[in-house]
Design a protein around this ligand. Structure first.
Ligand SMILES: *Cc1c(COP(=O)(O)O)cnc(C)c1O
Length: 422
């Protein structure tokens, strides 16, 4: 038996298999007291569809996709060879959320959904949108003036703030982003250029969220996007599963007992990967196996999965620092909502050294020409860590979710490359 706790303390990379996974678990696990069902996932996708014509108008980069914000599912044979993953252990794919337009990260999914859901509710309540109306009307002065009286706030290590801030400002909201210390300077600058107010906090991500939440409750016209508790974010992320299912079908990828689908998703607070894993579980049941990938210094989700029911430990409790170059994953304590949703669904967790992130980032760039940020490289360790596992068979498909990178400045990307050993 591997000693998971000792590995955590030693900051050693490891694979943990979830002993509570129950392939036959009811698909509707309660999340935060409410029980989302597949209809919610579809409703989120429909909502994004209703807003698409407006988004195509607000963001020139969305004109070609008619306002749809999606990413390719791509086979990456050159990366598979470079990594040394033999064909007998399955086929390697990338779900390229690093290329998601406007936000440049997976946060486009949940983050945009929550801002748009709130905008929709306000617009209907204030009579600037009819129930079956044309959403492009929300770009008109009456709607924008109404949005301008309202504020959207969020606490973030960077990417969630970029998604929420840019979308909220584009609709005309006042937007405030509370940033923690590890947030990168270029992310703050980009937000300021978009008219977003950036408030910097001295502490970690958790403190930035807590302070933002506190300021927001005092203001009835403020909507706080709560990364640790939001069902709207969760459901927004889950809609990715519907699109992935269609992409797998279009590329003749079968998912069944002989062809397990293994999905590796970088995990911070846990909202994004849990939403997606939950969605995939609705669609593929026992044949999908989702693994979350975390830095060895910030394995908050693994820590929570090991915790006694009712407790909420932090990575600091294991003597870890929460210091990692994977800024999107530098989270000390997991979302309880996400952990609860994953208890019987999650296949496992892998933890990764920062050096491995840089090495895989460089390998992916050299082999496939893809540009990702360090957080987004975490999943590539998964297929190799599962080498000895029965799931890693010739019929398996390994999907590595690359979660961010599009907006990383060139100079910053070159620095990432310099940190690889290759
Ligand atoms: C936010 C983020 C994640 C993880 O999402 P959580 O909801 O925090 O778990 C992964 N990768 C990148 C690049 C991110 O920005």
């Amino acid at each position: 038996m591997p000693d998971t706790h000792a590995n955590l303390r030693a900051a050693a990379a490891q694979l943990w298999i979830n002993p509570h996974r129950d392939a036959a678990a009811p698909s509707a696990t309660a999340v935060c007291g409410t029980t989302p069902d597949p209809a919610d996932m579809q409703a989120a996708q429909d909502r994004l569809g209703r807003f698409a014509p407006l988004l195509a108008q607000l963001f020139p980069e969305l004109a070609a996709s008619h306002g749809q914000i999606e990413s390719p599912l791509t086979p990456v044979p050159a990366m598979q060879r470079a990594m040394g993953l033999p064909a007998e252990q399955g086929r390697l794919w990338v779900k390229a959320d690093h290329s998601l337009p406007v936000a440049g990260s997976i946060k486009a999914r949940g983050g945009f959904h929550e801002v748009l859901e709130w905008a929709e509710q306000l617009a209907l309540a204030h009579g600037v949108l009819a129930a079956d109306g044309d959403y492009r009307g929300l770009a008109a002065p009456a709607a924008r003036a109404m949005f301008a009286r309202h504020q959207v706030a969020v606490g973030s290590t960077g990417n969630l703030g970029m998604a929420i801030g840019v979308m909220a400002a584009a609709l005309g909201f006042r937007a405030v982003v509370h940033m923690s210390t590890e947030a990168k300077e270029w992310k703050k600058n980009r937000l300021r250029q978009h008219g977003v107010q950036v408030i910097e906090h001295a502490g970690d991500y958790e403190q930035a969220v807590a302070q933002g939440r506190e300021l927001a409750v005092a203001d009835p016209l403020c909507h706080f996007v709560d990364d640790e508790r939001s069902v709207s974010l969760f459901i927004g992320y889950s809609a990715a599963a519907l699109h992935l299912r269609d992409q797998l079908q279009a590329q003749d990828v079968v998912v069944d007992a002989e062809h397990p689908l293994l999905v590796y998703i970088p995990c911070g607070v846990g909202g994004a990967p849990s939403g997606i894993a939950w969605g995939l579980h609705q669609l593929f049941g026992e044949h999908v196996h989702c693994f979350f990938a975390e830095p060895v210094q910030s394995p908050c989700f693994l820590v929570q999965m090991l915790a006694e029911p009712g407790s909420h430990p932090a990575v600091y409790d294991y003597g870890l620092t929460n210091q990692t170059q994977a800024d999107g994953l530098a989270i000390p304590r997991a979302s309880l909502l996400a952990a609860q949703a994953m208890r019987s669904i999650l296949a496992g967790v892998i933890t990764v050294q920062d050096q491995t992130l840089f090495d895989n980032l460089a390998l992916l760039h050299a082999s496939q020409g893809m540009r990702i940020e360090p957080s987004a490289a975490a999943g590539f360790s998964g297929p190799l860590q599962l080498r000895e596992h029965a799931l890693a068979s010739a019929g398996a498909n390994h999907v590595v979710w690359t979660t961010g990178g599009l907006l990383v400045p060139e100079a910053q990307f070159q620095e990432f490359l310099l940190r690889s050993k290759g």
